[in-house]
Design a protein around this ligand. Structure first.
Ligand code: SF4
Length: 407
């Protein structure tokens, strides 16, 4: 459940249809771990799918639903986190538009994936406004929820960096001025008299001595506040000791996700484009068959030939699915030719088949009752819009797009 006291994380995924084990270990498993300790917002980035796949959108709805079911099957829990579809929260589009007014073109042109993807996806015309702007749409996606952290892999760090730059620029342009003082006064009024005095004392200490403990004291004080001291007021009061401008859009931190290597059936990276995947909800018999015929160390032509686990993709699966004694058994058996490849694969086959079977069971209620999925994302969009709407109200106000005091 949403909780303002625990750190918020936000992440999204483009709807590409059925997910495979590479997607699961690459991002989804991390989300599921994060939901235990964070206030999670996870969204289907359907507008992002259009930035490179705008010509044929006929599969978009099917892909969205399939991916949502995969998330739930993998264990993402809508009781703990907010799951929604980007296009059902129009605030993303408005913030994207407003940020586009202040973002220099050069920032977008130098995002590494801008040039890379144009080269990689040569068959598509990506000389579009939407494609150039997609990192900024991502910035809007993130900043709307004012998350503390964005879980990303190495390749996405540049996107979070541009988000931080955009936030900094926005705050610099619109976070100061006399209005800031008014807002500070309003935020301070939300504290009790005693807490207000403690806050002012800590702020003075920090400004006079620069001691980090004073800032920690302020954070502790704010963490103890009741819900009426909302996220915006807390962000303001955390910033106030630093100077006279507000972080309307706080800069998120990167939460680097370490991902295991997930080999496909042919030994290359698991990827839909290589046709070497195992789907999260694939038939267990098919999964077992695929794994039994999976590529191994090419040096093991016959049963009696010794092999080298580090040259075998099955070994990478052992890293993910097997415990230490099993790995030792597999490595020793491989190098001595004491076991055959089918023996070696068995623990991996059992683990993956078990995992896929559990996911299929968790998916079944949503497959059987499509309305429950609609309801789930409707509720997610409602919850997301509450947070996004509050941020956008602040953004509109500081940009003077709403009249001060207007309802
Ligand atoms: S015994 Fe195991 S690690 Fe060795 S080649 Fe066969 S499958 Fe790979």
């Amino acid at each position: 459940m949403s909780n303002s006291q625990i750190p918020r994380v936000l992440s999204g995924m483009r709807p590409t249809g059925q997910l495979h084990l590479g997607n699961y270990h690459g991002a989804l498993r991390n989300w599921i771990e994060l939901q235990q300790s964070h206030d999670g917002y996870f969204f289907v980035a359907d507008w992002h799918a259009l930035t490179t796949g705008y010509e044929d959108t006929s599969q978009l709805q099917a892909n969205i639903r399939s991916m949502l079911i995969d998330w739930l099957a993998a264990g993402l829990d809508p009781q703990r986190v907010t799951i929604f579809i980007q296009s059902q929260v129009p605030e993303h589009a408005e913030l994207h538009l407003l940020l586009s007014m202040v973002t220099p073109l050069g920032w977008l042109e130098r995002v590494p994936t801008f040039k890379d993807q144009q080269v990689q996806l040569k068959d598509r015309d990506l000389a579009t406004y939407g494609f150039l702007g997609y990192p900024l749409l991502q910035s809007a996606d993130i900043l709307l929820y004012r998350p503390g952290f964005v879980p990303v892999g190495e390749d996405q760090v540049a996107h979070v960096e541009i988000t931080r730059e955009v936030a900094r620029r926005f705050n610099h342009l619109y976070g100061g001025g006399p209005e800031f003082e008014v807002r500070i006064r309003q935020a301070l009024k939300l504290l009790s008299g005693a807490d207000r005095a403690t806050y002012q004392e800590l702020r003075r200490t920090y400004q006079e001595t620069g001691r980090a403990e004073a800032l920690d004291g302020i954070r502790d004080l704010l963490e103890r506040q009741p819900p009426r001291v909302d996220a915006a007021a807390r962000a303001l009061l955390v910033d106030y000791p630093h100077g006279a401008s507000a972080r309307i859009l706080p800069e998120p931190q990167v939460l680097l996700t370490r991902t295991p290597k997930v080999p496909g059936l042919d030994g290359r990276k698991m990827s839909k484009s290589y046709g070497n995947t195992i789907g999260l909800r694939e038939d267990p018999d098919v999964v077992a068959r695929k794994l039994r015929t999976m590529q191994t160390d090419p040096a093991r032509v016959r049963r009696e030939d010794p092999g080298e686990p580090t040259k075998c993709p099955v070994w990478d699966l052992h890293q993910i699915y097997s415990d230490e004694p099993t790995r030792e058994w597999a490595a020793a058996g491989c190098r001595s030719a004491g076991i055959g490849c089918l023996d070696c694969k068995k623990p991996v086959v059992d683990a993956i088949v078990g995992e896929v079977t559990r996911m299929r069971e968790r998916a079944r209620p949503f497959e059987q009752d499509p309305g429950s999925l609609d309801e789930l994302v409707r509720d997610g969009a409602r919850r997301a819009r509450e947070v996004a709407g509050a941020t956008l109200a602040d953004v509109r106000r500081v940009m003077h797009l709403t009249r001060e005091g207007a309802p």
